[in-house]
Design a protein around this ligand. Structure first.
Ligand code: DQA
Length: 143
């Protein structure tokens, strides 16, 4: 099974950025643990701060990967273009957030992407990514 994780803007600064919200770990360290937990799954990782590059990545792998775990960062709340890209591809997308966006500012309560995703996982820290992979495994089992 091939799963693509895509992280959007500012998520390259995990472990440095607002640690009280996003925790102490950088994503690469967490990714190493995730790959150990799922040795049978090929987990690819891509991060970009640029909206169009996230769209290009969705187009590139959205017809071949078995699942996509997408944390679009703040673009979640603004990007019609990423929402359209999710609608255009075949692979299921799970929207994830490290923080519980519903406990935070009002502008984080709305997702432009969620309606085009299979589901949304938010608020479990880095484990939101793991839960998203589990949800993709369940989808695969039920195929
Ligand atoms: C985030 C939540 C977004 O509102 C924010 O802009 C981020 C990170 C999260 O993972 O909790 O950059 O997607």
């Amino acid at each position: 099974m091939k799963i693509q994780i895509i992280n959007g803007p500012n998520l390259n600064l995990l472990g440095v950025r607002e640690k009280s919200i996003y925790g102490d770990s950088d994503f690469e360290t967490y990714l190493g643990k995730l790959r150990q937990q799922y040795p049978a799954i090929e987990i690819s990782y891509y991060q970009s701060n640029v909206e169009g590059e996230i769209i290009n990545k969705l187009h590139e792998i959205g017809f071949s990967a078995d699942g996509i775990v997408l944390n679009a960062g703040a673009y979640t709340h603004t990007s019609i273009a990423i929402a359209d890209a999710i609608a255009a591809i075949k692979t299921l997308v799970i929207e994830v957030h490290i923080s519980n966006v519903y406990k935070r500012e009002d502008f984080r309560h709305h997702s432009m992407l969620a309606a085009n995703c299979k589901g949304v996982i938010a608020g479990f820290g880095m484990n939101s990514y793991r839960l998203a992979i589990d949800s993709l495994l369940i989808e695969e089992e039920n195929k």
